[in-house]
Design a protein around this ligand. Structure first.
Ligand code: ADP
Length: 347
C-alpha cells in the first residue's frame, strides 16, 4: 500500500503533468514525443517535490506531534533532549516546539516535586533520629529512678540532672526548628532598622565572656577594624547569626591560645562582617555540607557541646531573608573564616 504522502504526491504529480501537457498540446508544432517528455518530466519532478514537502514538512511533523503527545500521555519526557534547534517558520514545527517546551516545563516540575519529596523524607528521618536521642536518654533516667534508684539520694540527683540536660537539648532542637520554619515560611517578618554592628558584636562577645575566659579564648576585633559601622537589617536576627558563629568558634576551638577575631570591611553599598577563628577547621570534604540541617562533622563533639546541628542552617536562612549569603573558607586544623554582607545603614 502506498503511504499517505506518496499517494498525495502521485495524485498531485499526475494532475500537474496532465494540465501542463494539455496546455502544451494547444501550442502548434509540438511533436508527440515532446509532449511525452514534458509529461514524464513534470510527473517525476512534481512527484519528488510534493512527496518531499508533504512527507517532511506535513506528515513528518504530524507524526512527530503524535508521537510526542503519546509520550506525554505516558509521562515519558525522553524526547526533550532530541532537538534544541531554533524555531523556523513552519507552523507545524512550531507546534512541535510548543509541545517540547510544555514537556520541558512539566519535566522541571516533576524534578522539583521529586526533590521536595526526597527532602521531606530525609528531613523526617533526620528529625526523628535527632528527637529520639534526648527522649530515649531522659526516658532511661526516669525509668531507672522509678525502678527504685529514686531511694538513693545521690543517684536520684545525678539522674534527675541528666534527664533535665537531655530535655534541655530537646528544647533547643525544637526552638531551632521553630526558628528555621518561621524564617523559611516568612511567618516572622524582618524588622529592619539601622544599628551599630560593632556594638552588636561586642554584645555577643560579652555573652560569651565567662565561657571564653574559662577556655582561654580571646574574643576581639581585628587590628584596624573600622569603628561604629551601621547596617540596615533585623537586629535581633543578626544577633542570632553572630551568636551562632561565635558560639561555633568557641565550641570548635583548639585547646590552646585560641581566638575569635571580628573584622568589618566597608564596600560601596554593604558592610562585610568577617568572623575568623583559629579552631579545628573544616576539611574540604565537609565544607559544602555544613549549612544543611542536622549536618555535623563530629556528631559526638557537637552533641557534647550542646549543638543541635541546626545553627548554621539558621544562619543561612536568616541571611537569605536579608538577600545575603554566608561564605566560609576553612582548612582542617587551621581555623575558619565565616563572612556575610549587610546593607549599609545610616547613623
Ligand atoms: P552544631 O550545633 O553541630 O554546632 P552547626 O550547624 O552550627 O551545628 O554547625 C554544623 C557543623 O559545622 C558543626 O557540627 C561543626 O562540625 C562544623 N563547624 C561549624 N562552625 C565551625 C567552626 N567555626 N570551626 C570548625 N567547625 C565548625
Amino acid at each position: 500500500m502506498l503511504s499517505k504522502s506518496k499517494s498525495v504526491a502521485l495524485l498531485t504529480a499526475v494532475a500537474v503533468s496532465i494540465i501542463t501537457t494539455s496546455f502544451l498540446s494547444l501550442v502548434d508544432g509540438v511533436p508527440f514525443i515532446g509532449l511525452l517528455v514534458v509529461f514524464f518530466l513534470s510527473l517525476s519532478s512534481t512527484y519528488i517535490l510534493t512527496y518531499f514537502t508533504v512527507d517532511v514538512f506535513i506528515f513528518g511533523q504530524i507524526e512527530k506531534i503524535n508521537a510526542r503527545i503519546n509520550k506525554l500521555k505516558a509521562e515519558d519526557f525522553s524526547f526533550i533532549e532530541e532537538d534544541n534547534k531554533p524555531i523556523k517558520g513552519n507552523p507545524l514545527m512550531r507546534i512541535n516546539r510548543e509541545i517540547l517546551t510544555y514537556a520541558q516545563t512539566k519535566q522541571r516540575e516533576i524534578d522539583q516535586l521529586k526533590k521536595a519529596e526526597n527532602f521531606r523524607r530525609e528531613f523526617i528521618a533526620d528529625i526523628s533520629h535527632e528527637l529520639k536521642t534526648p527522649i530515649f536518654a531522659a526516658q532511661g533516667f526516669v525509668h531507672t529512678l522509678l525502678d527504685g534508684a529514686v531511694k538513693d539520694k545521690n543517684v536520684r540527683n545525678k539522674f534527675l540532672k541528666k534527664a533535665a540536660k537531655s530535655l534541655d537539648g530537646l528544647d533547643r532542637i525544637v526552638q531551632d526548628l521553630l526558628t528555621i520554619s518561621q524564617v523559611e515560611t516568612g511567618v516572622v517578618k524582618m524588622e529592619m532598622e539601622d544599628f551599630n554592628i560593632n556594638l552588636l558584636i561586642q554584645e555577643v562577645y560579652d555573652q560569651f565572656e565567662g565561657k571564653a575566659e574559662k577556655k582561654d579564648i580571646a574574643l576581639s576585633f581585628m587590628e584596624g577594624c573600622p569603628k561604629d559601622c551601621y547596617v540596615f537589617a533585623d537586629r535581633h536576627k543578626i544577633f542570632q547569626v553572630v551568636l551562632n558563629l561565635v558560639s561555633n568558634s568557641i565550641k570548635y576551638s583548639k585547646d590552646k591560645r585560641s581566638f575569635v577575631k571580628a573584622n568589618l570591611v566597608e564596600h560601596e553599598k554593604n558592610i562585610e562582617i568577617i568572623l575568623k577563628d583559629n579552631g579545628i577547621g573544616i576539611s574540604e570534604k565537609h565544607i559544602h555540607r555544613i549549612f544543611e540541617r542536622f549536618y555535623r562533622i563530629d556528631k559526638s563533639r557537637s552533641r557534647e557541646k550542646g549543638g543541635t546541628g541546626l545553627g548554621l542552617s539558621i544562619v543561612k536562612h536568616i541571611l537569605e531573608a536579608h538577600n545575603s549569603q554566608i561564605n566560609v573558607t576553612s582548612k582542617q586544623n587551621d581555623g575558619s573564616e565565616f563572612s556575610f554582607k549587610l546593607q549599609k545603614g545610616h547613623t
